[in-house]
Design a protein around this ligand. Structure first.
Ligand code: URA
Length: 216
C-alpha cells in the first residue's frame, strides 16, 4: 500500500485540519462538516492524478481543443455516518461517480475499552474493473476498513483501490498495510501517533460522527 500523507506538505489543507481539531471551532457543526467536505475535495483532486485519461476532442464556440478526460468509472463507498461529509466532498469533484454506503459500528463487550467492529449494511454497485474509493474519515484501528473490504468481496474486483481518510493513527495504518492489496493507495490529511484504550485517535479530533451530526 502506498501512503500519501498530504498534511506533510505546507498547503491550505492544514488550515482545514487545524479547524476540525480545534475544540472551539468544532462547536460549529456546519463548519466542521464543510471542512471535512473541503478535505475530501483536496484529497480527491490528488488521487485523480493516478487515474487513466483519454484524449477527446472538445468543440468550443470558436474552435476545437483536444483534452484529456477521465476514462475510469469511480465508485465512492463511504462508511456511515461519519463518512457522509467526506463523501460529499469527493462527489463534488467526481460528479459521475457511482455510490455505495456501508454501516459500521463499534459493539462494546464487557467494558468500554473492549469492542468489535460490526459491519451490517452494504449498498454498493458492482465494483468489477472500476476504481473503488473508500471514504472513512478516521482510520483508527483499521478494523472497520478490514471488515468493509471483506464485505465488498461479493461486489466484484476493482481495478484500483483508493482509501481516503482525514486522520489516521500510525498503528491503524500499519494494520491495513497487511490487509489491503499491495497496489492500494491511502490518501490521508494527517497521521497521529497514538490510539487511546477506547480506540480513539490521539490527539485526533474526538468522535467525527458526533461532531458532524450531534451526539447519539
Ligand atoms: N472514530 C472517530 O470518530 N474518532 C476516532 O478518534 C476514532 C474513530
Amino acid at each position: 500500500m502506498t501512503v500519501h500523507n498530504l498534511g506533510d506538505q505546507n498547503s491550505i489543507l492544514n488550515q482545514f485540519i487545524s479547524e476540525i481539531r480545534d475544540s472551539r471551532v468544532q462547536k460549529d457543526s456546519m463548519r466542521f462538516r464543510r471542512n471535512i467536505e473541503r478535505i475530501g475535495e483536496v484529497l480527491g483532486y490528488e488521487f485523480s492524478k493516478e487515474l487513466a485519461y483519454v484524449s477527446k476532442n472538445i468543440e468550443t464556440p470558436l474552435g476545437n481543443k483536444s483534452m484529456y478526460l477521465m476514462q475510469d468509472q469511480v465508485v465512492i463507498c463511504s462508511i456511515l455516518r461519519a463518512g457522509l461529509p467526506l463523501h460529499q466532498g469527493l462527489l463534488n469533484y467526481f460528479d459521475t461517480a457511482e455510490n455505495g454506503f456501508i454501516s459500521a459500528f463499534r459493539k462494546h463487550e464487557d467494558n468500554e475499552d473492549n469492542f468489535e467492529v460490526v459491519v451490517d449494511y452494504f449498498a454498493a454497485p458492482s465494483l468489477d474493473g472500476k476504481i473503488l474509493v473508500l471514504a472513512d474519515p478516521m482510520l483508527a484501528t483499521g478494523k472497520t476498513l478490514e471488515n468493509v473490504l471483506k464485505g465488498l468481496k461479493d461486489h466484484g474486483t476493482p481495478e484500483q483501490i483508493h482509501i481516503v481518510s482525514v486522520i489516521g493513527a500510525k498503528a491503524g495504518i500499519d494494520y491495513i498495510k497487511d490487509t489491503f492489496p499491495k497496489n492500494t493507495h491511502l490518501w490521508i490529511a494527517a497521521i497521529d501517533p497514538d490510539l487511546n484504550a477506547r480506540g480513539y485517535i490521539i490527539p485526533g479530533i474526538g468522535d467525527a460522527g458526533d461532531l458532524a451530526f450531534g451526539e447519539k
